[in-house]
Write a protein that binds this ligand. Structure first.
Ligand code: MG
Length: 337
C-alpha cells in the first residue's frame, strides 16, 4: 500500500476572524493511498491553533509505513498503529483515515456513507459561517450565504449583540452561535444564551473556556438553547469526559483523527443522550464529503468549507436546498476540479 502526499495553502474568500484568532489561508496536506490500481484521497486541514503544520505532517507521514496493512481494512487497528507513533497529530491522522475509507469504498464498490449505515435522505441542512467582522462586511457576506438556510455566527467579543442586530436587520434565518470560549462570566453567558434564544439561536458552541467545566455546566443547566462542546472535545474519550456539562458535542474529523473514530464518537454521544453537531475546519471537497458521509447520523451540520475558500482543487459537491447531496459513487464521491 503506497502513500503519497502534497501540501498547499487553501485560500479563504475573506480573512476569517474568531474570538482569539484571524487568518487568510490554511495549510492543507492531501494524502493519496493506492492499492490494486485504485487510489483513496484524504485531507489534513491544519488550522494553526491545533498546533500541526506542513512540517509536522511531513515528519509524521515519513514515519508511517502501511506495508503490514491487509485488505479489507481494520480502521481501528490502523488508528492504534498511528497513535503509537504519537499521541497528538489528529489532523494528519484524519487524512490517512479518510484516504483509507475512500480507498476501501472504491475497493468494495460502495459509497463511504453506506459503510456507516448513514441514510442520505436524513442529511441535515448545513450552516454558513460568518467570522467576526464589521457590519458592512457582515451584510455583504450574508448575500453569499444564498442557499444556506442557517447562519453560523462567531461571537465572543464585546460587540456580540451589535453583530446579531446587524444580521437581524437583513435576515430572519435561524442561527448557530459559536462563542469560541470567548465569554468569561457565567451569568453574562447565561444572559446572552437567553437573549440569543429570543433571536432564533438553535445552539451555542463553547460559551466559556473549555477548562472551566463548572461554568459551562452551570450555563447548560439553565440555558433555553442547547449548549455544545467544541474545543472541550477532540477524540473519543472526551465524549464521556464532557457528559453532563454540555447538551451535545461538535464532532470534527480533524479533531477525531478521522471517520472511524468520528463515527464512534457520534454513537457514544447518542448513547449518552447528547446531541451531535458535525463541524469542519477550512476544508476542500475531500474533508467536506467525508463529513457529509457521517452528517445524516448527526442532529446538525456545519460543513461549509467549499463556500468559504477560493482554490478548492476538487469539484464542489452537489448542494441542494441547503444540504449536501451524497452520490452513489464508490468511496467519498470526490471529483477532480
Ligand atoms: Mg466551534
Amino acid at each position: 500500500m503506497k502513500i503519497g502526499y502534497k501540501s498547499f495553502e487553501l485560500e479563504l474568500k475573506y480573512p476569517f476572524t474568531i474570538a482569539r484568532f484571524s487568518r487568510t489561508s490554511t495549510p492543507i496536506m492531501l494524502v493519496e493511498i493506492s492499492h490494486e490500481g485504485l487510489t483513496g484521497y484524504g485531507e489534513a486541514s491544519m488550522v494553526p491553533y491545533m498546533g500541526e503544520s506542513i512540517e509536522t505532517a511531513t515528519n509524521f507521514l515519513a514515519a508511517v509505513d502501511l506495508g503490514w496493512l491487509k485488505y479489507p481494512f481494520n480502521f481501528e487497528e490502523v488508528m492504534a498503529y498511528l497513535d503509537k507513533k504519537s499521541p497528538g497529530d489528529p489532523n494528519i491522522k484524519a487524512a490517512i483515515d479518510i484516504a483509507l475509507h475512500d480507498l476501501a469504498g472504491k475497493l468494495n464498490n460502495i459509497p463511504c456513507y453506506r459503510m456507516f449505515g448513514s441514510d442520505p435522505s436524513k442529511m441535515p441542512e448545513t450552516a454558513y459561517t460568518l467570522g467576526i467582522d464589521s457590519p458592512d462586511m457582515i451584510i455583504r457576506k450574508l448575500q453569499d450565504a444564498g442557499d444556506c438556510h442557517i447562519i453560523k455566527v462567531k461571537l465572543g467579543r464585546d460587540n456580540d449583540k451589535e453583530l446579531i442586530n446587524t444580521i437581524r436587520s437583513v435576515t430572519n434565518k435561524p442561527l448557530f452561535i459559536d462563542a469560541n470560549q470567548g465569554w468569561t462570566d457565567r451569568q453574562q453567558g447565561l444572559d446572552m444564551a437567553c437573549w440569543l434564544g429570543e433571536q432564533g439561536a438553535l445552539l451555542i458552541e463553547q460559551p466559556m473556556p473549555k477548562e472551566d467545566m463548572d461554568s459551562n455546566a452551570w450555563i447548560t443547566e439553565r440555558s433555553p438553547v442547547p449548549i455544545i462542546a467544541d474545543e472541550a472535545v477532540q477524540r473519543f474519550a472526551d465524549v464521556d469526559h464532557v457528559k453532563g456539562a454540555y447538551h451535545g458535542i461538535n464532532m470534527k474529523l480533524m479533531k477525531s483523527a478521522g471517520m472511524a473514530e468520528g463515527f464512534r464518537m457520534i454513537q457514544r454521544a447518542k448513547e449518552l443522550n447528547m446531541k451531535v453537531l458535525i463541524g469542519c475546519m477550512s476544508e476542500t471537497s475531500c474533508g467536506t464529503l467525508a463529513g457529509a458521509a457521517l452528517a445524516p447520523l448527526c442532529d446538525w451540520a456545519d460543513l461549509d468549507g467549499p463556500f468559504l475558500t477560493t482554490n478548492n482543487p476538487f469539484r464542489d459537491p452537489d448542494f441542494r436546498d441547503g444540504k449536501w447531496v451524497l452520490s452513489d459513487e464508490a468511496g467519498l464521491g470526490l471529483v477532480a476540479g
